[in-house]
Design a protein around this ligand. Structure first.
Ligand SMILES: *[C@@H]1O[C@H](CO)[C@@H](O)[C@H](O)[C@H]1NC(C)=O
Ligand SMILES: *[C@@H]1O[C@H](CO)[C@@H](O)[C@H](O)[C@H]1NC(C)=O
Ligand SMILES: *[C@@H]1O[C@H](CO)[C@@H](O)[C@H](O)[C@H]1NC(C)=O
Ligand SMILES: *[C@@H]1O[C@H](CO)[C@@H](O)[C@H](O)[C@H]1NC(C)=O
Ligand SMILES: *[C@@H]1O[C@H](CO)[C@@H](O)[C@H](O)[C@H]1NC(C)=O
Ligand SMILES: *[C@@H]1O[C@H](CO)[C@@H](O)[C@H](O)[C@H]1NC(C)=O
Ligand SMILES: *[C@@H]1O[C@H](CO)[C@@H](O)[C@H](O)[C@H]1NC(C)=O
Length: 305
């Protein structure tokens, strides 16, 4: 029943490549995740019945990003400006607008989960360590949804007129008050800025990007209590960095090397397989025969062209 698929073959090849990670790609890696999540968001509006505005849809990501959670939501610029938005941990205040103007936009929210550590060596925050997962909020031009140019689609410039965007980490971290973490804002241009929290587990930003709570690396050894509190994230950061970073990095580089067109095709293929397997199981109840699956398979190929 399970057919050999291209994404799985790529993953099988990874262990042999782990010894040769190209270091020059490390800084590009976060943006690579952004592009994959973005493509997945646009794809979800094209292929699924994700039609409504202001409804958060969960995204299906490729296996290499299984630790990442992402959702997408669509807005009319006018209503976003008038009412603002609450997107999981993010609160976008009324008055936000994008420049140059677009009528409709797609917002993507990410929780990088156990891949957050890719941001720990990012920019110039090497003296700090993450004590929260990295969360992302990115804005895109939804006008290009049905054109084929989304491969090249970059984030819109978001301007916050009055109040800042608020990020509430309370749902993704424990009580970190004793650590007095700082807010790290990873901007899209690669710059990182640090600021104090505005309240416990609350950060603010005037722009889109990625966000995390960090503490100075030396701080974690100051006291046992602090050590205990950080240890969970330390373990995640260290083990992910040492063990799986190379594998995941290469997984994404391999995915990136494959053309965007092929990537989209593979994603469709994965979704199609899920439907096929459902259809297969249903048909097997009646027939216990495989030819039924072959008939189903040819139809999406025709639609694809
Ligand atoms: C991250 O978590 C996912 C599922 O929770 C798991 O499949 C994946 O192997 C994990 N990745 C790393 C790098 O730990
Ligand atoms: C990183 O560098 C920028 C300018 O290059 C600086 O403004 C910022 O404070 C630095 N951040 C840290 C955490 O050192
Ligand atoms: C948004 O996308 C449309 C269609 O691709 C394009 O015509 C328009 O210039 C884009 N706007 C911005 C601000 O990128
Ligand atoms: C795609 O991006 C490249 C580099 O950023 C740029 O030179 C090119 O003009 C873009 N193409 C389109 C159609 O936007
Ligand atoms: C942050 O989220 C927590 C948990 O959802 C909530 O109790 C708290 O009131 C929120 N804080 C702010 C400032 O919204
Ligand atoms: C960081 O920001 C400064 C000014 O805010 C800018 O000059 C610099 O080019 C930025 N760095 C990067 C890597 O974009
Ligand atoms: C945070 O606030 C303290 C005082 O409460 C100040 O000394 C420190 O410079 C601030 N840090 C940042 C990054 O703004």
């Amino acid at each position: 029943m399970s057919r050999p698929s291209k994404p799985h073959l790529l993953l099988l090849l990874l262990p042999s490549l782990i010894m040769f990670p190209p270091p020059s790609h490390q800084t590009q890696y976060p943006r690579l995740i952004d592009r994959i999540v973005r493509d997945s968001a646009f794809q979800s509006y094209r292929t699924k019945h994700h039609k409504k505005t202001a409804i958060l849809y969960k995204l299906l990501l490729p296996p290499s990003l299984s630790g990442v959670a992402a959702e997408t939501v669509r807005y009319r610029a006018g209503s976003l400006k008038r009412y603002g938005a609450a997107i999981r941990e993010f609160r976008v205040p009324p008055g936000v607008f994008v420049h140059p103007y677009v009528e409709r936009l797609i917002v993507v929210r990410q929780n990088l989960g156990n891949l957050s550590s890719i941001y720990s060596g990012h920019g110039n925050i090497s003296g700090f360590q993450l004590v929260s997962p990295v969360l992302g909020l990115l804005f895109y031009n939804a006008t290009s949804l049905h054109s084929s140019s989304s491969k090249n689609l970059s984030e819109l410039k978001v301007l916050v007129a009055r109040k800042s965007i608020t990020i509430n980490f309370s749902r993704v971290v424990g009580d970190l008050r004793r650590l007095r973490p700082l807010c790290a804002v990873f901007k899209l241009d690669g710059n990182v800025s640090l600021s104090n929290q505005t309240a416990s587990n609350i950060c603010v930003s005037r722009e889109q990007g990625h966000f995390a709570l960090v503490v100075e690396s030396s701080k974690s050894t100051d006291g046992v209590e602090k050590e205990v509190k950080v240890s969970k994230w330390k373990v995640v950061v260290v083990s992910v960095a040492a063990g799986v970073f190379g594998a995941v990095l290469l997984g994404l580089i391999v995915v990136a090397v494959a053309s965007a067109r092929r990537k989209r095709y593979q994603k469709e293929e994965m979704e199609r397989r899920a439907y096929e397997e459902e259809a297969l199981q249903i048909s097997m109840v009646g027939h216990v025969r495989t030819p039924a699956a072959a008939v189903v398979r040819t139809v999406p190929t025709l639609e694809n062209n």
